[in-house]
Design a protein around this ligand. Structure first.
Ligand code: APR
Ligand code: ZN
Ligand code: ZN
Length: 360
C-alpha cells in the first residue's frame, strides 16, 4: 500500500512509496482502512525531532476509518465498523486507568515506541504515537479504536481524533471553564480554534484569540472568540477587558517557552494557566520562585485534553450534532496523501486550520 515514510529526523521530505505493508493485527489489535486523516502540528514536531519517534516512522495520528480485521480477543469492534483512532489508548487496567486518568496511561505508549506495525519492503517501521495515519491502512491497539455511528463523515471523525479532543478537552475536562469566565487562547491553529470553541460552548464571556499571524484573527472570531490580537497588544487589551487583573484562564496552545511565559503573564492572580501545546524536551522556561508563590497562579498540564476517549469522542460528536461545535468549518483544505509535503509546509507557515487527507 501507499504510505508517507519519515526515514530520519530532519529529513526535509517524506518518502511516499507503494511498498509498505501493515503487520498484524496481532491479538488485541485492529487493522483499519484509513478514510480521513488530519494534519496536526505534532506531525511537524515529530518530523523535526521536537517529539521523539522511533525511525523509520509513518507520521499521522489524527484519523478515522473502517475496521478491516481484528486480532484475537478483540470484542469492542468488528470488521466494517467505523472508528475514530486514538493515539493515546487507555488500557483500562493500569494504575492511571484505574484512578480515572486514562490520558496518563502508558501501556500502549510503550508499545508504540517498541513494536513496529509496518514493513517497508523487509524493514520494520513504526507508526507515529502508535498510529501511522499517513498510510492507506494502519494497525492500532483495539483500546484505541472507538466505534462511531456510520452517518458521521470520516473527515469530521478524524478531527476529533486529535486536535478537537485536545482543544475542547482542555476546556471542559482540564480547566472546567465556567459561564462568565474570561479566557485568553495563545495560538489559534487547529487546536487553539478548538479551545476557543470549547470556551464558547462553556459560556465564557470573554474569549481572546492571540496569534502572531494576523490571518488567524478573523478565524478566531468566526469560531467564537470575542476579540483577537497580536501578542504584542495582549497586555493593553487585557487592561481594557479585565480591568488590568488578567484572565481567569490562559491557554497555551503553541508549545514554546515564550508563549508559556505569555500565558503566565496573561492569567490573573488566582487564575489558571493551561498547557496544551506540545513543546520540546530540550527547551527551558524560566520562573522565579517568588512569582510561583506570590503571583498565586496555578498551572495545569492538559495532555490530550485529559481525554477518556471512550466517553469523550461521543460527547464531542453529540456537541457537533447539536450544532455547538463547528467541525466542517475547521477543514480549510482537502488534500491527498501525495500533497502531504506541501501540507506540512503550509502548517509551518501557520496559514491553515486543518488540512484533511481523504483516502478512497
Ligand atoms: N504567539 C502566538 N501565536 C503563535 C506564536 C507566538 N509566539 N507562534 C506561533 N503561533 C501560532 C501560529 O501562527 C499558529 O496559528 O500558533 C498557531 C499554531 O497552530 P498550528 O500550527 O495549526 O498547530 P496546532 O495543530 O493547532 O497545534 C498547536 O498543540 O497539540 C499541540 O503539537 C501541537 O504544540 C502544538 C500545538
Ligand atoms: Zn495532534
Ligand atoms: Zn492504562
Amino acid at each position: 500500500m501507499r504510505a508517507a515514510v519519515l526515514h530520519a529526523i530532519d529529513d526535509k521530505k517524506l518518502d511516499i512509496r507503494d511498498d509498505v505493508q501493515t503487520v498484524g493485527p496481532d491479538p488485541g489489535e485492529v487493522l483499519i482502512k484509513l478514510r480521513a486523516a488530519g494534519v496536526c502540528h505534532s506531525d511537524l514536531s515529530a518530523r523535526n525531532g521536537g517529539l521523539p519517534q522511533t525511525m523509520p516512522t509513518i507520521l499521522g495520528h489524527e484519523a478515522a476509518g473502517e475496521v478491516l480485521a481484528v486480532g484475537d480477543g478483540v470484542t469492542n469492534v468488528a470488521p466494517g465498523d467505523h472508528v475514530i483512532a486514538s493515539w493515546l489508548p487507555p488500557c483500562g487496567t493500569c494504575p492511571s486507568c484505574r484512578r480515572g486518568q486514562p490520558h496518563l496511561c502508558f501501556t500502549h505508549v510503550l508499545t508504540a515506541y517498541t513494536k513496529p506495525r509496518f514493513l517497508i519492503g523487509d524493514t520494520p517501521a513504526f507508526g507515529m504515537a502508535g498510529c501511522g495515519a499517513f498510510a492507506e491502512q494502519m494497525v492500532i491497539p483495539s483500546d484505541g479504536a472507538v466505534k462511531i455511528a456510520e452517518d458521521v463523515p470520516f473527515e469530521i471523525a478524524a478531527l476529533i481524533g486529535c486536535g478537537v479532543m485536545t482543544g475542547v478537552g482542555s476546556v471542559i475536562n482540564t480547566a472546567k471553564v465556567e459561564p462568565g469566565a474570561t479566557v485568553a487562547v495563545i495560538g489559534c491553529g487547529g487546536v487553539g480554534i478548538s479551545v476557543i470553541q470549547g470556551a464558547r460552548l462553556s459560556g465564557a464571556a470573554v474569549i481572546v484569540g492571540v496569534d502572531t499571524n494576523e490571518t488567524k484573527h478573523e478565524l478566531a472570531l468566526r469560531f467564537g472568540a470575542t476579540h483577537a490580537v497580536h501578542p504584542d497588544n495582549l497586555a493593553e487589551l487585557s487592561g481594557l477587558l479585565t480591568a488590568g487583573e488578567g484572565f481567569d484562564y490562559a491557554f497555551e496552545v503553541v508549545g514554546l517557552p515564550q508563549t508559556i511565559r505569555s500565558a503566565w503573564g496573561a492569567a490573573r492572580r488566582g487564575g489558571l494557566v493551561v498547557i496544551v501545546g506540545a513543546g520540546r524536551a530540550d527547551h527551558k522556561v524560566e520562573f522565579t520562585p517568588f512569582e510561583l508563590l506570590f503571583d498565586g497562579k496555578n498551572m495545569a498540564s492538559s495532555l490530550y485534553g485529559n481525554a477518556d476517549v471512550r466517553r469523550d469522542y461521543h460527547r464531542l460528536l453529540a456537541l457537533w450534532r447539536a450544532g455547538r461545535l463547528d467541525l466542517e468549518g475547521m477543514i480549510t483544505q482537502r488534500i491527498t496523501l501525495d500533497d502531504i509535503e506541501g501540507a506540512l509546509e503550509a502548517l509551518g507557515q501557520g496559514e491553515v486550520i486543518r488540512q484533511v487527507i481523504s483516502y478512497e
